[in-house]
Design a protein around this ligand. Sequence first.
Ligand code: ADP
Ligand code: MG
Length: 268
Amino acid sequence: MDVLLKADNISGGYNNKEAVIRDVSLEVKRGDFLGIIGPNGSGKSTLLRLMTHVLIPQKGKVTLEGKDITRMNLKEFSRKAAFVPQETLINFSFKVQEIVLMGRIPHLKRLQFETKKDFLAAEDALSLTDALYLKDKEIDRLSSGERQRVIIAKALAQEPVLLFLDEPTSHLDIGHQIQILDLLKKLNQEKKLTIVIVLHDLNLVSEYCDRIVLLNEGRIFCEGTPSEVLTYQNIEAVYKTIVVVNKNPISFKPYVVLVSGNRVCRRD
Ligand code: ADP
Ligand code: MG
């Protein structure tokens, strides 16, 4: 598999303060389904922002198909990569369809209006996330789960080759969590959409991701397959909490069980 995006020894953070992400090197190969995990504040969102041109690294560089992303203009970058951020605050009463059509902007020429093709791409994306029925509603009148599905549809309408998502399932019920992740898996397998996703649910990461990066205090603690990364030793060291790791009886992936603090934990 060829390398699609590469973070080469990057450090960075906010407003020239001390770097939040320190000396991180990471390769995203075409076709990857890569999960990023780590405790609150470990730098997951900051790392995604550095990889998506939202923040510029203080040190090191990020390349997309070999090209330094700071040398790409936003439109050029957005034709290849889409980003679903963690918090999406939309303060205006845009209609859902208008929001999703904004995903088409990178494909429009200057001063060009959307064509039928763009409207169809927007509707397809809304159908994929089970949100077509919301098409004519105003975004600020939706539940947070519905809004989340619309924002994901906007990213899909962008028709990227690389999709970054920052905790996209945090507002979704379990049915919609699985629905969105199944959809991402399908797009990954059938359309070769490369996915980099931050998830805090270790069991979802285990089920869906082929490769996991575990962050701790702005650095990569370890990376590998779910079985390599999701060991009780790694989880306890980084999250400072006791867990038992079993195997999911259906998928045979690691399955992390939390143990309440006042239990005595026996390790044989
Ligand atoms: P995570 O996504 O893993 O919870 P973040 O990347 O959001 O972690 O945060 C890592 C560190 O960066 C935290 O110490 C946080 O306070 C800081 N940070 C995050 N966002 C900002 C911001 N917009 N401005 C300044 N500091 C920030
Ligand atoms: Mg975050």
